[in-house]
Design a protein around this ligand. Structure first.
Ligand code: GAL
Length: 955
């Protein structure tokens, strides 16, 4: 005999493809001046159960005693508050794919909150209960009455509740299921984090309140006039005092205005007054069109210098507070970012207020991704299955209705990586019908059937150039569209490389309207033992490791070198060497703004030390304009190196940065340094088991350096290994060769050093070696030739590859250990790290840092911290000069330890400081999800010679 218990009907809604039941129609998100909200954020009672129907709904009834339950903070995710654990997968669903079914093991959080109405809560009028975001499915009761249920995690849902409210003791009960049919539509590459993670608010709705309204504010660049019309469900008047506007809703008015743009975010304060309430408006006039194959705002094509932003906080996950949102916007503005794609869901609405206010172009993306279906050739993809279309339309409507009054939003995006299908077309048609004033974006359809732009992700430079030149072919519709690189420059670990090369293409070809770096911030989770945790750190059976840490900011929002590089690459003023010596060319690369908000200064430096500064006068330059500007005369360097640096700084405080903030800079070399005088003439002297050569002492048998001028030096020898970066390792699905993998397979991390000869003759000590990995015939014939003038010692290294080297080298240089070193001073590129294709922001000068400060804290440890173009450096009592310039790295652990570490907390400082002086470094690229380094950044295995002069240094 067998029994089969059908799923409890009470929880059937969890697997229902319908978006929900009982909610109000979506509408604009706004705060009214007189209808006060009551925030229900705070501490809620919480009970976690293992299945959707493990508990009955008795808890929703008034009088239920939840005194023994746990407590969680709302907004928040219970898995970040000690209940259950987060799961990270990129595109794989963390449950069997059998839509719309979800696992029986469905963590379900019952949330309970008892609240009183404030004493001044009006006796009349209605009330609305709003949830701004709940993952992934919620069922709601107020005072024992069931209100309904909803899905659509990052979208608002409202219920009418006025008839149920009591002055005191209201019981709000919310049952949240981690998995639901909605989860199939929310397969974004991020942590799965259930919970009520955005605000819960009770809104009083007076009789005659505004309800929904739509602000239409366009700008005619040919007349300089704006046209305003506010459509409102409830009639009323619209006033904009600064414009002298006072019109009825539904009526148009045209007046001279300053337009809104991301560079000049002029907002006009207005009021929509209906019989029941006054709603403050912030109106930005702008017109977005697709014309002549280009995205134009207010008549001009725009170049997007964008980022993809997920919402992230290392402790609170996607429950962001206003200060964090503001910090994101300020950091973006200070790093020259002008656009955000809200990957891959509408953000907290307050973020869009900030974009309006500070000025950022926004691609507002719908909460839709079904990427996991790619594993089955997109079979059963919900976006191509009519049963799901109501849910898709519901999501589109909730986004558009909520966000339609933001001038910053210029694109609606249908979602991300959801394949193709009728559902997407239905969404696009609905959106165009509702709001013809914005363009539609979606990346996943090569035909561009539903879009106004040809969007791609991670296209290689070569292809981007082909697209720019219109030689990419493709369907007819697509050929006429502008191109947006909606994701590129995968900022995972060290990198991304190649940003400057992309930017050059975007600026060269009109059709290329820029891109959005993937992504804004690492989603590392603060962890007591691991520092920042990533996929797999919570025992997930299926996960994608540190692919979740691929941002321009570290999880704690410190800018990574990638952001500093990006800020330089996209700077809105280009400053470079002029046609004649003693001049610079200054180009205005804003789309709308002049340069009057900037002041220009010139600094001259001799051997890296600034000797003179002067103001530069730059004539007013319209967008696109450029001028040749004369520099003050350069100082006579008397054989030393001379550089000019021109900086464009804010002339006044702005809302996002203070006066003096550097927006752009350029640097040029006037005189190159003279070669260091030869360090030769003294003969090596044998002394028992040692050989002395000027200040240096060697082991007579092995030729190994023992010390220089009283500073012990250990293990000096050729080094070709670097702890592979995420971009060296690449992503497994990459079709191209992944050098990080090949390097290891070849054994470059375990090179052996065979000693062939130690020759002390004439005025040199020569040590001949062969450096090669076990099991291979490849090798590097390496000769170290030491000479000295008595006070300094020079090492000339010569490397000749032997065998068939088909791979580039990770690095080529020497490494050695010093017993003591704290501070480093150097003349070269700085202040931050740089690699061959990430060096735009490296500024020549004199810099100083501790060994600790030289480390870049990539969440998964890997090669980092090199300083480029170093002429000389002082560390641990030694001064080293390079001929030619070198890459400098120092750390308190070996490369092998760095390579073995999984988290920063695995790196334990040892007694020795390991220094690498590199003749070459291989490029970084972006192969963790995109192209590897361009061939011109390869470090090819070729014969090489380089030298260093060492001398004892004070300090
Ligand atoms: C894209 C995707 C992003 C992210 C990125 C890799 O394919 O749209 O969500 O997964 O790749 O980090």
């Amino acid at each position: 005999m067998s029994f089969r218990t059908p799923p409890a009907p009470a929880a059937a809604y969890v697997e229902d493809v319908a978006p929900g039941r009982g909610t109000l129609p979506p509408r604009a998100w706004y705060a009214s001046s007189d209808a006060k909200p009551l925030s229900l954020n705070g501490s809620w009672r919480f009970r976690l159960s293992p299945a959707a129907d493990a508990e009955d709904d008795a808890f929703a009834a008034p009088g239920y005693d939840a005194g023994h339950w746990a407590e969680v903070s709302v907004p928040g995710h219970w898995v970040l508050q000690g209940h259950g654990a987060p799961i990270y997968t990129n595109h794989l669903y963390p449950f069997p794919v059998d839509p719309p079914h979800v696992p029986t093991e469905n963590p379900t959080g019952d949330h309970l909150r008892v609240f009183d109405l404030p004493a001044d809560w009006p006796a009349s009028g209605d009330a609305v209960l709003r949830f701004d975001g709940v993952e992934s499915c919620a069922r709601v009761w107020l005072n024992g009455t069931e209100l309904g249920e909803f899905k659509g995690s990052r979208l608002p849902h409202e219920f009418a509740v006025g008839h149920l409210l009591e002055p005191a003791g209201n019981v709000l009960a919310v049952r949240v299921h981690q998995w639901s049919a909605g989860s199939y539509l929310e397969d974004q590459d991020q942590w799965w984090l259930p919970g009520i993670f955005r605000d819960v608010t009770l809104l009083h709705r007076p009789a005659g309140c505004a309800g929904d309204f739509f602000v239409h504010a366009s700008y005619d660049h040919t007349t300089g006039r704006g046209t305003l019309r506010v459509d409102s469900d409830v009639e009323g008047r619209v006033t904009v005092p600064a414009l002298g506007v006072d019109v009825a809703t539904g009526e148009s008015v045209t007046v001279p205005v300053e337009p809104w743009s991301a560079e000049t975010p002029t907002l006009y304060d207005g009021v929509l007054a209906t019989p029941g309430e006054r709603v403050p408006l912030r109106i930005g006039f702008r017109t977005v069109v697709l014309a002549d194959g280009l995205i134009r705002v207010n008549g001009r094509p725009v170049l997007f210098r964008g980022v993809n932003r997920h919402e992230w906080h290392p402790e609170r996950g996607r429950a962001l507070d206003p200060a964090t949102m503001r910090e994101d916007v300020l950091l973006m503005k200070r790093h020259n970012v002008n656009a955000v794609r809200t990957s891959h869901y509408p953000p907290h609405p307050a973020f869009l207020d900030l974009c309006d206010e500070y000025g950022l172009w926004v691609i507002d993306e719908c909460d839709l991704e079904t990427h996991g279906f790619t594993e089955q050739g997109w079979r059963d993809n919900p976006v191509d299955d009519d049963r799901w279309t109501p849910a898709l339309l519901d999501r589109a409507a909730r986004m558009v209705e909520r966000d339609k009054n933001h001038p910053s939003v210029i694109f609606w995006s249908l979602g991300n990586e959801a394949g193709t299908g009728r559902g997407l077309t239905a969404m696009a048609e609905w959106i165009r019908g509702r709001d013809a004033s914005r363009l539609v974006h979606y990346e996943g359809d090569a035909t561009c059937r539903d879009t106004d732009v040809y969007a791609r992700m991670y296209a290689f430079h070569e292809e981007v150039e082909r697209i720019g030149r219109g030689l990419d072919g493709g369907p007819r519709k697509r050929r006429a569209l502008p191109f947006l690189h909606c994701e590129y420059g995968h900022a995972m670990g060290n990198g991304p490389g190649g940003l400057a090369d992309y930017q050059e293409l975007y600026e060269r070809y009109d059709r290329l309207q820029g891109g959005f770096v993937w992504e804004w911030i690492d989603h590392g989770i603060a962890h007591p033992e691991l520092g920042f945790a990533y996929g797999g750190d919570f025992g997930e059976e299926l996960h994608d490791s540190n692919f979740v840490c691929d941002g321009l900011l570290f999880p704690d929002r410190r800018p990574s070198p990638g952001l500093v590089e990006y800020a330089k690459v996209i700077e809105p003023v280009r400053i470079d060497g002029g046609a004649a010596d003693g001049t610079v060319r200054i180009t205005n690369r804003y789309d709308f703004a002049g340069l009057s908000h900037l002041e220009f200064e010139c600094l001259h430096q001799v051997d890296g030390e600034v000797t003179a500064t002067a103001r530069l006068t730059v004539e007013p330059l319209a967008p696109g304009g450029s001028a040749e500007v004369e520099l003050p005369p350069a100082p006579d360097g008397r054989g030393a190196e001379v550089q000019w640096t021109v900086r464009a700084r804010l002339a006044e405080d702005t809302p996002w940065a203070e006066r003096g903030h550097v927006v752009a800079w350029g640097q040029g070399t006037v005189a190159r340094r003279a070669p260091a005088p030869a360090a030769a003439g003294v003969r090596p002297a044998a002394d028992g088991g040692r050989i002395t050569l000027g200040p240096a002492v060697f082991d007579a048998r092995t030729g190994a350096l023992r010390g220089i001028g009283g500073v012990d030096v250990t293990g000096l020898r050729l080094d070709v290994w670097r702890a592979p970066t995420d971009n060296d390792d690449g992503a497994p699905w990459q079709p191209d060769v992944r050098y990080g993998v090949l390097w290891r397979a070849l054994g470059l991390h375990r090179m052996r050093h065979r000693l062939d000869a130690v020759e002390a003759g004439g005025d040199a000590l020569t040590v001949r070696t062969r450096v090669a990995p076990a099991g291979r015939e490849l090798g590097l014939a390496t000769t170290y030739r030491w000479t000295s003038d008595g006070t300094r010692v020079r090492l000339a290294v010569s490397v000749v590859p032997e065998g068939d080297w088909t791979v580039p080298l990770p690095r080529l240089g020497i490494r050695f250990g010093l017993p003591r070193a704290d501070r480093v001073r150097w003349f070269g590129g700085g202040p931050g790290e740089a690699y061959p294709d990430t060096r735009a922001a490296s500024l020549l000068g004199r810099w100083e840092a501790t060994v600790e400060e030289l480390q870049t804290p990539y969440v998964r440890p890997q090669e980092n911290g090199a300083r480029a173009d170093v002429r000389w450096a002082e560390i641990g009592g030694l001064r080293v000069e390079g001929e030619p310039e070198f890459w400098f790295t120092a750390r308190r652990w070996t490369t092998e330890q760095l390579d073995a570490a999984r988290h920063l907390t695995d790196l334990v400082p040892g007694d020795t400081v390991w220094v690498n002086l590199d003749h070459g470094q291989h490029g970084i690229g972006s192969q963790s999800c995109g192209p590897g380094p361009l061939p011109r950044y390869f470090l090819r295995a070729e014969p090489a010679e380089f030298s260093f002069v060492f001398a004892p240094s004070p300090g």
